[in-house]
Design a protein around this ligand. Structure first.
Ligand code: 3PY
Ligand code: MG
Length: 254
């Protein structure tokens, strides 16, 4: 039996994920066939809707990769629905209070940890597990990432990490840069952000949980991998499309 997604996250070699927001499920399916370790669909800022994101899950699975989703702010009920469809991880943006973290975890985990409700039909189909076995294992097969991307969240990161059912932290460096600069600028690699993410990374590791982060480019992802993050998402499908188009046109006009 091959290792589960949570086991792979902490096995040693960091995972690099695609980041998709385009509305057609085939975009996620195509990126899943590149050398990414997993694919994230972004429903907070992407234009992919609920039905398309659900359709992408088996396309990503057919490429042998775990599917993850970033849900819209506060839409914790959708986390359960994506788990039912068979995603391996859910990223919840703007977790700024312990209450946010508790509510998110509640929808991510079956009792006694949370209050996830039964109906994992897609997950059963994709995993081939018997319902009883899935129920026994589900809390350890999927990963809940609470996003830390504000001053409030940074201040209570140890408490967020201590919430039962929160498996890891996903840092949003862009929003963090806006918060830390008091709205003055967007600079996800500023010295201030760098210091904050080093601190957050150390706290996550001290708690024995999973540390993930978003990178705007492959080069930035390499730096974040060297820092010791378990998972780095490289964004986005639109920026990759634009970069590919710009490179093709520059070559054509050279
Ligand atoms: C951020 O950087 O704020 C994110 O949410 C990642 O896209
Ligand atoms: Mg953000």
């Amino acid at each position: 039996t091959h290792p589960s997604f949570p086991e792979r996250l902490t096995a040693g070699s960091p995972l690099l994920t695609a980041w998709c927001g385009m509305p057609d499920p085939s975009v996620a399916g195509i990126l899943a066939r590149e050398a990414f370790d997993a694919v994230v669909m972004d429903m907070q800022h992407g234009s992919i809707d609920f039905a398309a994101a659900l359709q992408a899950v088996p396309l990503i699975a057919a490429a042998g990769k775990p599917a993850l989703v970033r849900i819209p702010v506060g839409d914790f009920a959708s986390a359960s629905r994506f788990l039912d469809a068979g995603v391996s991880g859910v990223i919840a943006p703007m977790i700024n209070t312990i209450e946010d973290a508790r509510r998110f975890a509640g929808f991510m985990k079956f009792p006694p940890v949370g209050e996830r409700s039964w109906g994992a039909y897609g997950a059963l189909s994709l995993s081939g597990l018997e319902p009883g076995e899935y129920l026994q294992r589900a809390n350890h097969l999927t990963v809940s990432f609470a996003m830390v991307e504000t001053r409030e969240a940074l201040a209570i990161i140890d408490d967020i990490l201590a919430v039962p059912g929160i498996d890891g932290i996903f840092i949003g460096p862009s929003d963090l840069s806006i918060a830390l600069s008091g709205g003055k600028g967007l600079d996800p690699t500023s010295a201030e952000v760098e210091k904050a993410l080093d601190h957050a990374l150390a706290r996550v590791k001290a708690a024995g949980k999973v540390a993930a982060i978003y990178a705007v480019s492959g080069g930035r992802a390499a730096q974040l991998v060297r820092k010791g993050f378990h998972m780095v998402s490289i964004g986005s499908d639109i920026s990759m499309l634009r970069a590919g188009a710009a490179a093709a046109l520059a070559a054509a006009r050279a």
